[in-house]
Design a protein around this ligand. Structure first.
Ligand code: ZN
Length: 380
């Protein structure tokens, strides 16, 4: 297996220095189409998800026909990055890559993309036989997995695949929670706070009462709850008529996800229904609207699953030890698993992601490239 370290380093730097904040992936998508076309891809498609996601680009599907026997797989990375993402300048100290410190680096997720490019280059260059494989590059992952949610799973030929998108190295993520998003609006009655406080019903106070008795933080080994934003009120001399709070429930157990969501719903209903008019002069009654939307489905893989067996065998063949872990976050892999396509997440070596301290070691990307080649070319 011949990996060209410097080639890998330079394509990584080129990807990082091609700005691609969420929703503006067109430039990097064009670059990637060109790179994979030069590498002899048999098919390169861009889907029409841009309409749904609001991005200036669709998701990319890049296919290589098989040259050997064995089951096809897909590899997945996201093309977008979090902010501050514009004007990235890659700094290399020894074999570690950083940004100049005023932007992110973009190793999330370009370390994965660079490793795929180098793996494909090596496979083609050395005429290594392989089953068919696909590369699925999504948009808008960092702003709600929008590209993955908007793609048409019937465009994917393989039954299973790997997302190269996690911090650390030698790590495979086999489980991630499902999440519900909760939009809760409490409506009271506006009134002048100095002249007619008795007429008003304070929506903020009611929401605060409900929040103060709602379970939050880490609830149990499998579940978390958070309320992250609150908007309401207009001025200090007006009793606030309306407040909207947005929160989420996550759990590795669907039963717990449902029961916690219900518990929060019931708590808000009870507080609003139990409201009592202290003066008997309030205008109207408080009201409540709760919108619950599944945000992403659960991801739960077992050691016996083919997708895990294949990565384990591939790692063994190159003397790499893997650790298997459960994650607390949602990613494109949740969406693919929700489509019925078993997808494991492989760590790429990136660290300190979503910050200007983000970094990645070249050696980890080299080892990731070796692992990708071993997975893709596995013929059994
Ligand atoms: Zn990522």
């Amino acid at each position: 297996m011949i990996i060209d370290r410097e080639q890998l380093a330079s394509s990584f730097a080129l990807l990082c220095e091609t700005d691609s904040p969420s929703g503006e992936e067109k430039k990097i998508a064009s670059l990637l189409k060109e790179i994979f076309s030069n590498l002899g891809a048999d098919e390169i498609l861009e889907d029409d998800s841009a309409r749904a996601t609001g991005s200036d680009s669709g998701n990319l599907f890049i296919r290589f026909n098989g040259t050997g026997k064995g089951k096809g797989i897909f590899l997945n990375c996201h093309m977008d990055t979090v902010e501050p993402a514009v004007g990235v300048k890659v700094v290399r100290k020894g074999d570690t890559f950083y940004s100049e410190g005023d932007t992110i680096l973009g190793s999330d997720d370009k370390s994965g993309i660079a490793a795929i490019i180098e793996a494909v280059r090596s496979i083609r260059h050395n005429f290594i036989d392989h089953p068919p494989f696909e590369i699925i590059l999504t948009t808008c992952e960092e702003v709600g997995l929008l590209g993955a949610k908007a793609l048409d799973p019937s465009m994917i030929n393989a039954q299973m695949g790997y997302s190269l998108d996690s911090t650390g190295f030698g790590l495979v993520i086999v489980g991630a929670p499902a999440s519900n998003r909760l939009d809760i609006t409490v409506r009271g009655t506006a009134a002048h706070a100095g002249l007619h406080p008795e007429w008003g019903i304070n929506a903020i106070s009611l929401a605060a009462m409900a929040l103060s008795i709602t379970p939050q933080g880490r609830i149990d080994r499998e579940s978390t709850v958070n309320f992250g934003t609150i908007h309401g009120g207009t001025a200090s001399n007006i009793i606030p008529e309306q407040v909207t709070i947005v929160g989420e429930v996550r759990s590795h157990s669907i039963e717990r996800l449902d029961s916690l969501t219900n518990q929060i719903e019931n708590t808000f209903h009870k507080v609003v229904n139990d409201w009592q008019d202290p003066s008997g002069e309030a205008r109207g009654k408080p009201e409540l609207t709760i919108n619950i939307k599944p945000d992403f489905p659960i991801m739960k893989l077992n050691q016996e699953d083919e997708v895990i067996q294949r990565v384990e065998a591939a790692a063994k063949s190159i003397d790499l030890n893997l650790e298997y872990k459960i994650a607390g976050g949602g990613s494109d892999a949740n969406i693919f698993n929700g489509y019925g396509l078993q997808t494991a997440i492989i760590a790429t070596g990136m660290t300190h992601v979503h910050s200007t301290d983000e970094q990645v070691d070249l050696q980890d990307m080299v080892d990731l490239t070796r692992l990708i080649i071993a997975i893709v070319c596995r013929q059994e």
